[in-house]
Design a binder for this molecule. Structure first.
Ligand SMILES: Nc1nc2c(ncn2[C@@H]2O[C@H](COP(=O)(O)OP(=O)(O)OP(=O)(O)O)[C@@H](O)[C@H]2O)c(=O)[nH]1
Ligand SMILES: C[C@H](OP(=O)(O)O)C(=O)O
Length: 208
């Protein structure tokens, strides 16, 4: 199966939870580098990426631009119009790779979901998007499981380190510096980020 992959993306002032480490300009460049990593993985898995952005940004990527910044409203307007299998992949999953995406899209259930850290939802694959609607934010994983159950849809919850690791907070950068192979890891390193391994838990530090 070769589904479209919708990738929600907020180019302006993204990743505010990383504000103590990165300026707004750096967060915007970092979010774009993560998006490029996600798009590249989606293409490797033979998915057709469509970026659902809150504004047009300078790129050759296929984009749908929506004026309303509300993620749920935007996606719920798109879902009923799609006849085929559809993937929703967040733009902050720079560890995504071909194998992990194929694992999701090859589910034998009606849908597959990869939970994010802390109750979020990182990836949703729907064979019949018309029957589902999204409700992101808060414990969206719990909400999505209930929406699927109410709609009579079977769900595979996919256990994937690479798709579970969304980059929201400082600790998450450690995972990217260890396991990342793409542009977003290179961007962090170009800013002077590295791992501090001397004492206790591994941390991420930035050279001044
Ligand atoms: N199209 C669209 N995408 C969004 C919106 N809000 C977040 N996203 C995207 O959804 C994904 C998950 O969002 P968050 O983890 O909350 O990212 P964020 O809003 O940049 O980060 P914080 O400011 O730290 O909450 C990321 O890929 C964002 O780019 C929105 O209102 N519209
Ligand atoms: C959009 C939101 O992302 P998080 O803030 O949990 O990364 C969610 O997964 O519901």
């Amino acid at each position: 199966m070769c589904p479209h992959a919708l990738i929600p993306y907020k180019p302006k002032n993204p990743k505010t939870r990383l504000s103590s480490l990165l300026s707004q300009e750096e967060r915007e460049a970092f979010a774009f580098a993560m998006l490029e990593d996600v798009v590249s993985a989606a293409k490797d898995a033979m998915c057709s990426p469509v970026v659902v952005g809150t504004e047009l940004f300078d790129s050759e990527l296929v984009q749908v631009t929506v004026k309303d910044a509300d993620l749920n409203q935007t996606l719920n307007e798109i879902l009923p119009t799609v006849e085929t299998g559809l993937l929703i992949l967040m733009a902050d999953l720079p560890l995504a790779d071909e194998a992990s995406i194929r694992r999701v899209t090859s589910t034998e259930k009606d849908m597959a979901i990869v939970p994010g850290r802390g109750g979020g939802t990182n990836v949703i694959f729907m064979k019949e998007p018309k029957k589902f609607h999204v409700d992101y934010y808060g414990t969206s994983f719990v909400k999505h499981m209930k929406i699927a159950a109410d709609a009579g849809l079977s769900v595979e919850v996919v256990d994937s380190f690479r798709l579970h690791t969304d980059i929201d907070e400082e600790d998450d950068l450690v995972e990217l510096l260890i396991h990342g192979t793409g542009k977003s890891r290179a961007y962090l390193e170009s800013l002077g980020f590295s791992l501090a391994t001397e004492t206790g838990r591994v941390r991420c530090v930035r050279k001044r």
